[in-house]
Design a protein around this ligand. Structure first.
Ligand SMILES: [Zn+2]
Length: 184
């Protein structure tokens, strides 16, 4: 996984739980990188997965919830460092539709070794968009958190349903996003 994901993860733990907790996580999971990350490098997926599991044991919060929280946190970091000028996108739906064909294409061009999830889209009606998530990493809960993070960025209210999931045997995850208007 891309190092920028790891630097965001360590930032989140240090900001929200403190340096001591981060050091404890590194000690417990003993990652090959020893927790030293550079944003452009690639690291083993297992490092993140092991840390999430250790955090889950420590906090009693299930791993899916932790991954979703991380997705929300990660959004701001990714948005601020987008390689594509997305400043003109002024609503959540246009942003979500730009992820697969525009933003990820550029990320891939800049980081050819990066493995990115793919999204397919289906528009149900004006207020409902379906995003199908596929990835060998099965981090659909991070995507859910990222989409909620994006909604916050655009000051929009949404709900997300997740009726089909790779963790329950589906070949891809179905995320049904309902747009409920703006936050005042
Ligand atoms: Zn899923």
């Amino acid at each position: 996984m891309q190092g920028s994901i790891y630097t965001a993860f360590s930032d989140m733990i240090i900001e929200q739980m403190g340096m001591e907790q981060w050091n404890e996580l590194i000690e417990k999971t003993d990652p090959p990188s020893q927790g030293i990350y550079t944003s452009g490098e690639q690291y083993l997926d297992s490092e993140l997965i092991n840390m999430v599991q250790a955090l889950s044991v420590k906090t009693g919060i299930d791993a899916e919830t932790l991954v979703e929280k991380f997705g929300r946190y990660l959004f701001k970091k990714l948005y601020d460092t987008s390689p594509v000028d997305i400043s003109k996108i002024d609503n959540l739906k246009s942003f979500l539709l730009a992820i697969d064909g525009l933003i990820h294409v550029e990320v891939q061009r800049l980081h050819p070794k990066a493995y990115l999830p793919t999204f397919e889209y289906e528009t149900v009606d004006e207020n409902t968009l379906i995003m199908y998530y596929s990835s060998k990493r099965k981090l659909c809960h991070a995507s859910v958190g990222l989409i909620y993070g994006a909604a916050e960025q655009f000051n929009e209210i949404i709900t997300i349903e997740h009726p089909e999931c790779i963790h329950q045997g589906a070949t891809r995850c179905k995320l049904v996003i309902n747009f409920k208007g703006h936050n005042e």
